[in-house]
Design a protein around this ligand. Structure first.
Ligand SMILES: Nc1ncnc2c1ncn2[C@@H]1O[C@H](COP(=O)(O)OP(=O)(O)OP(=O)(O)O)[C@@H](O)[C@H]1O
Ligand SMILES: [Mg+2]
Length: 594
């Protein structure tokens, strides 16, 4: 048991493997990427050229101490204005290009995740909370977009700027360059320290905000229960606690910011002071022109932001890689249901199919067994009812047929073929399912019954609607069968929903029909009527119906009793009642009532 690795909860990927997987995504956008980098390079060159031009202008056109014949000022001005405008255009292009890369890569990751979500096995959804699944494909991707769309190129630009400014300063006056460098190491150190401290907190803020959303979500989704059981105060308190958590963390973040940021803004002042002092002395001794003096000050100020940015960007990179690492872990570590290597096929239609469970054992996620050594054969065209107390394993058994889960032991065969050998689409096209709590889509009633298959003709679907009793309420809806169902439309009652789901299952041409307590929400009178209609509608199909009600058992040719994951009795319902065994015990009250 200790070696059990959960196949739907893989560990996050490390930094390097994540980087290797992000690279191809970036490479797909390389044209924009290289364009952005080129813009950055030009931007840096212009940013250095402008102060140099100002220096020239001061020394050659303004300061009269060295040159008797001053050059005209306007050419310098013209060039500076043109360069300034060029820098504006380039900056715009760089930002837009890199932002587009970020947005595209984020969208690509989201698309990959959603595609994967659609194919993940049910066990995945048992393991992970809905909020977590959704936020991994939404909020969690934000640092990736921010890093790739801004940090990456900004980081390179910062490095180019630092190198470029360093070269110019050393060329102009190496000694003064050295003096002015005094404040740079502390700025760098402080920035990195600040970013290191603040980034886990900003991550915590993010997580705690998630908690608040989840608490709110829970209350809204479960509003009926909250109000019915008078739990408003509890819920409010729980929500308050979470909100308080966010507030405390945000305050802690503000504290760290106020301790570090003033220092960061103060330190460049030291360099400026150093230039003022040493540069001033050099000027007095005629070793530095006024223009060069100004050049030093200007370039120094221009260094502050790149240094600060680098600190931010390293931390942003870590966060982006961590969050991409989590996403890639899911994308690669969790496998959709495997398609068979050598697919086999079902017998041609319309031949009905046999369903066979052979020594089937099943357990959810490596826990205790829910089904043990189960043997059951349903003849082609037979209707078998699976009865048993709640928690006996009926739903678990039924879920094996469309391969929501695979058995942990034994095999499930349809038409003589192991379900794992069938292409999944083929299997699911021939197994129609009505789940215990049916889900309808927010589309018109008609489309819910057709379940999106446009090739299906409405005449056939209408017959299914009649057989499942949708005809008793469908035409009476505001727009008849075209009425929009669900959150933005008409809400159907539990029984109406069940009947719609039943019609949807019957409207498919599936030869195997799996019904999980399909009539539990309709009244017994309607149930009787439906049972009478359903039998002919199910003719020629092999049906497995789980139920808790004797009146639904009447639809079946044969009933089996499931107790603790084992079949303990099997036979015609009438005979089983006579026999007085587990079946008779299960339905004693109903038999007496009838
Ligand atoms: N997704 C799941 N993960 C883990 N255990 C589960 C899961 N679904 C069901 N179980 C467990 O498996 C056992 C059988 O559950 P199952 O839903 O198959 O019962 P059932 O016979 O359909 O009951 P009911 O008549 O109430 O629908 C129960 O003990 C239940 O706790
Ligand atoms: Mg069930």
């Amino acid at each position: 048991m200790s070696t059990y690795v959960n196949p739907v909860d893989p560990p996050d990927l490390g930094l390097l493997p994540t980087f290797r997987r992000l690279l191809p995504l970036w490479w797909a956008e390389r044209r924009l990427g290289f364009f952005g980098l080129a813009c950055s390079l030009v931007y840096v060159l212009i940013s250095i050229a402008i102060p140099v031009l100002i220096q020239q202008a001061i020394d050659h056109s303004i300061d009269a101490t060295h040159h008797q014949h001053l050059k005209p000022l306007w050419p310098y001005l013209a060039i500076i204005v043109v360069l300034g405008a060029g820098r504006f255009v380039i900056n715009f292009n760089r930002r837009f290009a890199t932002a587009r890369i970020g947005v595209r890569i984020e969208a690509r990751m989201r698309e990959l995740l959603y595609q994967a979500y659609l194919r993940y096995p049910r066990a995945f959804y048992d393991r992970h909370a809905t909020g977590q699944v959704l936020s991994r494909a939404t909020n969690d991707l934000y640092p990736i977009r921010y890093f790739i769309g801004w940090g990456l190129v900004q980081g390179m630009q910062s490095i180019m700027m630092i190198i470029g400014v360093g070269i110019v300063l050393v060329l102009v006056n190496p000694l003064l360059a050295l003096y002015t460098a005094v404040a740079l190491p502390p700025i760098t150190w402080l920035t990195f320290r600040f970013a290191r401290r603040v980034s886990p907190i900003s991550r915590e803020v993010q997580e705690r905000k998630g908690d608040v959303t989840e608490a709110a979500d829970e209350a809204v989704v479960g509003i009926e229960m909250v109000q019915a059981f008078g739990r408003e105060n509890d819920i409010r308190e729980r929500f308050g606690d979470k909100a308080e958590g966010v507030r405390a963390t945000v305050l802690r973040q503000a504290g760290i910011e106020s301790r570090h940021l003033p220092g960061l803004y103060y330190l460049p002042g030291l360099s400026i002071a150093a230039v003022l002092f040493f540069g001033g002395r050099a000027h007095i001794h005629h070793q530095l022109t006024i223009g060069q003096f100004v050049l030093f000050e200007t370039l120094l100020l221009q260094l502050v932001w790149p240094l600060e940015a680098l600190g931010w960007i390293t931390n942003l990179a870590q966060r982006a890689l961590a969050s991409a690492g989590r996403s890639f872990a899911w994308l690669e570590g969790i496998h959709p249901l495997p398609e068979p290597a050598e697919p086999r096929h079902l017998p041609e239609k319309p031949q009905p199919l046999e369903v066979r469970f052979e020594k089937v054992g099943f357990a959810y996620g490596g826990e205790v067994d829910v089904l043990h050594d189960l043997e059951l054969v349903i003849e082609p065209g037979e209707i078998v009812a699976v009865c048993g107390p709640t928690g006996a394993g009926k739903t678990s058994l039924l879920n094996l047929l469309p391969r929501f889960y695979d058995p942990t032991a034994g095999r499930v065969l349809i038409g003589g073929v192991d379900t794992r050998d069938l292409p999944i689409a083929e299997l699911r096209a021939d197994v129609a399912l009505v789940t215990q709590r049916p889900v309808l889509f927010s589309v018109p009633l008609k489309e819910n019954i057709l379940s999106g298959r446009e090739d299906e003709d409405w005449e056939k679907a209408l017959a299914a609607a009649v057989a499942s009793g949708v005809d008793s309420f469908g035409p009476g809806l505001p727009d008849g069968y075209d009425t929009l169902i669900g959150e933005r439309g008409v809400n159907l009652s539990g029984g109406q929903r069940q009947r719609t789901a039943l019609a949807r299952a019957l409207a498919t041409g599936a030869r195997v029909v799996v019904l999980d307590d399909p009539l539990s929400a309709v009244d017994t009178f309607t149930e009787r009527r439906l049972v009478a209609r359903l039998r002919p509608a199910l003719a020629g199909r092999t049906v497995l119906v789980a139920t808790q009600r004797l009146s639904t058992v009447e639809i079946a040719d044969r009933a089996v009793v499931l107790l603790d994951g084992r079949i303990v009795e099997s036979g015609k319902p009438k005979d089983l009642i006579q026999a007085g065994g587990p079946f008779a015990k299960l339905f004693r009250d109903e038999v007496v009532a009838a």
